[in-house]
Design a protein around this ligand. Sequence first.
Ligand SMILES: Cc1cc2nc3c(=O)[nH]c(=O)nc-3n(C[C@H](O)[C@H](O)[C@H](O)COP(=O)(O)OP(=O)(O)OC[C@H]3O[C@@H](n4cnc5c(N)ncnc54)[C@H](O)[C@@H]3O)c2cc1C
Length: 221
Amino acid sequence: MVATHSHILSPLTLSFTEEVSSGIYLLGFKRTFEFAAGQVIGIALTEDGARRLYSICSGEKDEDVWILYNVIDEGYLTPRLADLEAGDTIWITEPRGEFTSDDDPAVWIASGTGIAPFYSMLKSGRAANKILIHGNRYLEQFHFYDYFTELLGENYTRCCSAEENEGVFHGRVTSFLEEYPLPDPGLKYYLCGSAEMVVDTRDILIEKGVPFDRIISEIYF
Ligand SMILES: Cc1cc2nc3c(=O)[nH]c(=O)nc-3n(C[C@H](O)[C@H](O)[C@H](O)COP(=O)(O)OP(=O)(O)OC[C@H]3O[C@@H](n4cnc5c(N)ncnc54)[C@H](O)[C@@H]3O)c2cc1C
């Protein structure tokens, strides 16, 4: 990749873009750089266009880089991104960010597209001793469900607030955490997603005895 500084953007060609569930899109392009699972890139439509941050949603050694995003109807970038097709150009910054995982046991908690960094971590070989709790409004939004189940088995919990299904907790991630005992308050807790989920979850974890410095957050604002 041409960029040597996080503020410099490089153009690249989309290999695919797909609406994977209503209003949620996955786009991909050929990987030309190294990154650590959990990092983000900036995306813009032109070199000097408005830029937003996105977690990389693919493995460190995968051939393609994937980005999972939901369209904010009144937003600037995402409705325009959703109109792009394979072969179109976007501009990206180099990867950055500290929301990265190691091999220590940890609990990963995500809402919505906040699942992206955890998928990247799993695809990069960090599944051992990990517990994943994912919240969505609708069942169709649990992307990568098969993969998570295969890798994590019972250590993968889905929390669905608007629909019920067997084996799925009915309610938000925060209700799940309030209702059930924590796996182990001594573990590291990684939170990723909306500000509301991250802030509310952090409060619950602290109340349940998790030290503040064991909680690592990435807020999608
Ligand atoms: C570190 C980081 C990583 C991120 N990674 C991802 C990712 O992997 N996938 C992803 O989909 N998004 C991610 N985001 C959010 C992303 O950067 C944009 O904010 C989002 O895509 C909206 O951009 P936009 O230009 O369409 O809307 P904007 O023009 O930026 O926003 C329009 C309006 O929508 C509100 N808004 C912004 N985001 C949301 C939201 N999620 N839900 C409801 N309202 C919202 C804003 O407050 C504003 O009022 C990340 C953000 C950060 C800070």
